[in-house]
Design a binder for this molecule. Structure first.
Ligand code: SF4
Ligand code: SF4
Length: 199
């Protein structure tokens, strides 16, 4: 009989302990209701009250060292193509056009002072395929390709997941290609004349 009452007592004590923990979390959660506490400084150190975030009004901060959405600062891109060659799943598409001599100044330099020698009319990243491995940004010689802290970039339309960073329109690219072809033709003609005069 005494064991019977002991079991009841133990059951009541277990329920009270559980309820105590539940109520503690409940009141802590009510206390932090609103935007309080959701910032980079202290979010990951909080242990109480974090039950449900009111997303998107509240969102978990992304750590500074995290790798999230890619971005290409195209003004600093030299069109070397190393990123596209290094990407293990080929989700970077790049097309370049050699800059003609008289366009070098127009094409300009990177922020690090390197002369750019290629136009980059197409620089597309299929971000839906990108697995954020970081290989492309690691090999980029000008560090223009980098991961931002933007972690939420869902889209209804799959096509919107292809990000375009190219620095020429289609018409501009056609004009640059034509100009380059003319430069090559003139150089070939000059070479022929000089070879004939030497011969
Ligand atoms: S992060 Fe990885 S998968 Fe994404 S584009 Fe760069 S190399 Fe490709
Ligand atoms: S590696 Fe960097 S500089 Fe080279 S094409 Fe890619 S983004 Fe541009």
């Amino acid at each position: 009989m005494s064991e019977y009452f002991r079991n009841i007592g133990s059951g009541i004590s277990t329920i009270l302990t559980g309820m105590g923990i539940t109520l503690r979390h409940f009141f802590n959660a009510v206390k932090r209701k609103g935007d309080a506490g959701i910032d980079e400084e202290n979010y990951f150190n909080q242990v109480d009250g974090l039950v449900t975030l009111q997303y998107p009004r509240e969102a978990i901060p992304t750590p500074e060292i995290g790798r999230y959405r890619l971005y290409n600062e195209i003004d600093d891109c030299i069109g070397c193509g190393q990123c596209a060659r290094a990407c293990p799943i080929d989700c970077i598409t790049i097309e370049t056009i050699k800059v003609t001599k008289d366009d070098l100044a127009v094409c300009g330099k990177t922020s690090g002072g390197q002369q750019k020698r290629f136009w980059v009319p197409v620089f597309d990243i299929d971000i839906a395929q990108c697995m954020t491995c970081g290989i492309c940004s690691a090999v980029c010689p000008t560090e223009c390709l980098y991961h931002t802290q933007v972690s939420d970039f869902s889209e209804f339309n799959r096509d919107n997941m292809i990000y375009h960073f190219g620095n020429l329109t289609k018409l501009e690219a056609e004009a640059k290609e034509k100009k380059l072809a003319e430069e090559k033709k003139a150089a070939a003609a000059k070479k022929e004349v000089s070879e004939k005069s030497e011969g």
